[in-house]
Write a protein that binds this ligand. Structure first.
Ligand code: BGC
Length: 431
C-alpha cells in the first residue's frame, strides 16, 4: 500500500496540471484518479531519490567519439552502469551502399555512360566529415567503385572538392564493368551557419556541379536521402541520372519509382525501438535485453538479423538493408512500427515514466521524417512520456539550455550536435 500512495498523489498532480482549461478533468474525483492510476498509470514525476547521474541514459544516432579520429568516447559510453548507445552498423551499411551502386552500373552498362566517353563520373554529397557514419559511407562507396585511396591503413574519406581531370590525391580512378570510374566532385554539405548533412546546400551544389560537368555526371551518390533527394529534385530526376542515398526515408523510397537509384534502410524502426526499450528496461529494473534478445511480457522480441550488441562498446547496432527497384514496395512507410516489437506494454506492470529526448537538428530529414515519428509510435507502446527537444543543428547549448531541470525526468536519450560533446550533457547530469 505504501508504494501506491506517492503514485496517487502524483496522479492527482498530473491531472490537475493537465486539467487546466478542461472542466471535466478539473471535476475528476479522487476515486476516478485512483482508478486511472491503476489502469493507465498516469505519469509520476521523477523519483527525487535517484540522482541524475544514476538514471538511465541512451546516446543515439551520434555515437560519442572523437570527430577527428573516430575513436569512441568510452568515458561517455560508460557514464554509469545504465548507459548505452543505439545506432546501426555503419560499416555493414556503407558496404551495402557501395555494392548497390556498383551493381547498378553493372546492370545498366548499356545506358549508364551518358556521353559515351568510357568514364563513369559520379559526384558525392558528404554529410559531416566528423561523423563516423558519414565517414563510413564515403569509404564504402569509394571501396566498391575502386576509387578508394588508403592512408595509414584506412580509406581516405576527405572531400575532393573537384577532380574532373582525375588528379586528386584523395581518390583514384576506379574500374567497374569495364568502365573507368571517377569521383568528379565531393564536398561536405555544411551550411554557412554550420549545420551539417544540409539538404539545401546539396541542392545548390548539384546546380554548380551540373553546370561545370554536364553530361560527364553519370551517377549522383549521397551520404543520406535528405541531400540525395535535394539533388534528385533539383537536377537528376529531370536528367534521368540515377541518384543513391541512405536512410530509406518514405519520400526517397517513393522516388525509386521515378528513377531514384536506391537507398539503404538503417532499420530505423529497430533503432527507435531500441532507444526507448533500453530505457524502459532499465527504469523497470529488468535485464537490458528484455524484449530485445528475449521476449518481454508482451511478447516483443528482436532477432539477430535485426541488430547486434557489442558489449565492449556498450552499443546496440541495427543492421541495414538495401532498398532498390527490386524491393522498394516493402519499405514505403518508413514510420511504421516493426511488427515483432509492436505489442503494448501493460501499464500496471510498466507505469508511465518521463524521458527527456533531444534531436540535434529539428530540420534533419531522417531524424524528423523517419526517426521521430517512430519514437512517437513506440513511446505510447512502452508507456513513456517523452519530451522531444529539437535543436538547431549547430550549437550544443541550444539543446543543453533546455536540460535545465534533469531532476524532472526519469531517463535521458541524447543526440549530440557534435560527437565530441558528450561532456556538455554529462556535466549537467553530474550537478
Ligand atoms: C543519418 C543522416 C542524418 C544523421 C544525423 C545519420 O545516421 O543517416 O541522414 O542526417 O544521422 O546525425
Amino acid at each position: 500500500m505504501k508504494k501506491v500512495l506517492p503514485i496517487l498523489t502524483a496522479a492527482a498532480m498530473v491531472f490537475s496540471v493537465a486539467g487546466c482549461g478542461s472542466s471535466s478533468t478539473a471535476a475528476s474525483t479522487a476515486s476516478t484518479e485512483a482508478a486511472a492510476a491503476s489502469t493507465e498509470a498516469a505519469a509520476a514525476p521523477a523519483d527525487g531519490s535517484v540522482a541524475n547521474n544514476e538514471k538511465p541514459l541512451v546516446w543515439y544516432n551520434r555515437q560519442p567519439s572523437n570527430s577527428s579520429t573516430g575513436e569512441l568516447d568510452m568515458e561517455a559510453l560508460n557514464f554509469n552502469d545504465k548507459t548505452y548507445y543505439v545506432g546501426f552498423d555503419a560499416n555493414q551499411g556503407a558496404d551495402l551502399q557501395g555494392q548497390m551502386v556498383a551493381e547498378y552500373i553493372e546492370a545498366h552498362k548499356d545506358t549508364i555512360d551518358r556521353n559515351g566517353d568510357g568514364v563513369i563520373g559520379y559526384v558525392l554529397a558528404i554529410g559531416d566529415i566528423g561523423h563516423n557514419d558519414s565517414v563510413a559511407r564515403t569509404r564504402g562507396v569509394r571501396k566498391a567503385l575502386g576509387t578508394a585511396v588508403e592512408v595509414d591503413g584506412a580509406v581516405d574519406s576527405n572531400p575532393v572538392g573537384t577532380n574532373v581531370d582525375g588528379t586528386s590525391t584523395d581518390v583514384m580512378d576506379g574500374s567497374v564493368a569495364g568502365f573507368t570510374v571517377r569521383e568528379l566532385a565531393s564536398q561536405e554539405m555544411k551550411n554557412s551557419a554550420g549545420a551539417t548533412w544540409d539538404a539545401a546546400t546539396a541542392g545548390n551544389a548539384i546546380g554548380e556541379w551540373s553546370s561545370s560537368f554536364g553530361d560527364q555526371i553519370d551517377l549522383v551518390v549521397s551520404n543520406n536521402d535528405g541531400m540525395g533527394m535535394a539533388m534528385f529534385n533539383a537536377w537528376s530526376q529531370a536528367e534521368g541520372v540515377p541518384t543513391f542515398g541512405y536512410d530509406a526515408n518514405s519520400d526517397a523510397v517513393a522516388a525509386i519509382a521515378d528513377g531514384y537509384g536506391g537507398t539503404i534502410s538503417q532499420h530505423a524502426d529497430v533503432q527507435a525501438y531500441l532507444t526507448l526499450k533500453v530505457l524502459r528496461n532499465l527504469l523497470d529494473g529488468d535485464d537490458v535485453m528484455n524484449g530485445i534478445a528475449t521476449a518481454d511480457d508482451a511478447g516483443n522480441v528482436l532477432s539477430d538479423t535485426d541488430y547486434k550488441y557489442v558489449e565492449s562498446e556498450r552499443s546496440f547496432y541495427a543492421l541495414n538493408l538495401a532498398v532498390t527497384a527490386d524491393n522498394y514496395q516493402d519499405f514505403t512507410d518508413a514510420t511504421k512500427v516493426y511488427t515483432p516489437v509492436s505489442a503494448q506494454l501493460d501499464a500496471g506492470a510498466h507505469p508511465t515514466k518521463k524521458v527527456w529526448l533531444d534531436i540535434y537538428n529539428s530540420a534533419d530529414n531522417f531524424l524528423g521524417s523517419t526517426y521521430q515519428p517512430l519514437l512517437q509510435n513506440y513511446d505510447d507502446l512502452l508507456n513513456l512520456e517523452v519530451e522531444y527537444i529539437g535543436g538547431d543543428g549547430q550549437t550544443e547549448s541550444n539543446i543543453t539550455n533546455r536540460l535545465a531541470n534533469p531532476g524532472e525526468y526519469d531517463a535521458f536519450a541524447i543526440n549530440m550536435v557534435k560527437t565530441d560533446n558528450a561532456a556538455s550533457y554529462t556535466a549537467l547530469l553530474n550537478q
